[in-house]
Ligand binder design. Structure first.
Ligand code: SF4
Length: 167
């Protein structure tokens, strides 16, 4: 089943999605991931106790406010805001499918002191069905999508892999 990370990568880079979806993972070596974990640990030590970690099928939500039915998703930078938004929409969608309705999301950028509410519309639900089917198709493909040089490549954990393999 599709994970939140795969939704994120779908909007970031299809090559990254294919590599990750086929078990080639390098994220644990990434300094960015270490930085992200640090943000979680240092900025949110005073999170209310009612915020829980929730796992539903393929998705893991770090901070769910059960009382107010709000998913809190913490990110370092808002450069990839569209992918972040769809990741949270997908979490809401998965919760709905599990029978938990009326959930909203809140994207939080503590370093930027910025938050954004995320809602799931009927059009998003239809779009997510298409996105999930497309993700399944991309990952199942025999060939890895080509590397496309983008601004995000230099901070991507697959950078060496992508550019070494082009030699
Ligand atoms: S380095 Fe660039 S092309 Fe390669 S997976 Fe990462 S974002 Fe995609």
């Amino acid at each position: 089943m599709t994970t939140g990370t795969q939704i994120n990568y779908y909007f970031t880079c299809h090559r990254k999605l294919w590599l990750f979806g086929n078990g080639i993972q390098m994220e644990h070596n990434s300094e960015l991931v270490a930085m992200g974990k640090l943000i979680h640990e240092t900025s949110y030590t005073d999170r209310p106790e009612r915020f829980q970690e929730v796992e539903i099928g393929p998705v893991k939500i770090d901070f769910y406010d059960r009382r107010d039915k709000v998913i809190h998703e913490v990110k370092k930078s808002d450069k990839l805001e569209e992918s972040h938004r769809w990741q949270v929409k997908y979490y809401i969608y998965i919760m709905e499918q599990a029978g938990i309705v009326g959930v909203t999301g809140l994207l939080e950028y503590p370093k930027l002191r910025h938050t954004e509410e995320v809602l799931l519309t009927d059009s998003d639900r239809e779009q997510l069905e298409i996105i999930v089917a497309d993700i399944t198709r991309i990952i199942a493909s025999e060939s890895c999508p080509p590397a496309v040089t983008m601004g995000i490549c230099k901070n991507c954990s697959y950078f060496d892999f992508c550019y070494a393999s082009e030699d």
